[in-house]
Design a protein around this ligand. Structure first.
Ligand SMILES: [Zn+2]
Length: 125
């Protein structure tokens, strides 16, 4: 009975740990097509062998779905890198030109917001 309890406890700790990590970083989900309802903190990759398209919920919370192309010959297109733990990075940054105007990077599964003053500083140099 004790061993069973220990196993259950370990399993629970593992599940909670995974949820916490998933909350903080983006997970990758390979799909055949973008589902109607998409989850936050998830980068959907279309194309089961080599992904050619990706989608994610806008991280600002506006509820818009951002679709991007991963095809080299498309303009614009993004390059996807995955770490060993499947944390996605996208280059260049994503900049919504309509709606919320969000501008951010996805780096190793984390959203890094683009700060306008960085660009202003560079422009003045
Ligand atoms: Zn937004």
């Amino acid at each position: 009975v004790n061993a069973l309890f220990k196993r259950l406890r370990n399993k629970l700790t593992e599940t909670i740990g995974r949820r916490l990590r998933r909350g903080a970083t983006y997970a990758v989900e390979k799909v055949q097509e973008i589902p109607d309802r998409i989850e936050g903190h998830t980068l959907y990759l279309v194309g089961l062998t080599k992904p050619w398209s990706a989608a994610l919920l806008c991280p600002c919370g506006c509820g818009e779905v951002i679709h991007i192309s991963l095809l080299e010959n498309d303009a614009p297109s993004w390059r996807l890198d995955l770490t060993e733990a499947n944390s996605p990075s996208l280059a260049p940054s994503i900049w919504r030109k309509e709606g919320c105007q969000s501008h951010f990077f996805l780096r190793s599964g984390r959203i890094v917001w683009f700060r306008a003053k960085d660009a202003a500083g560079r422009a003045k140099e």
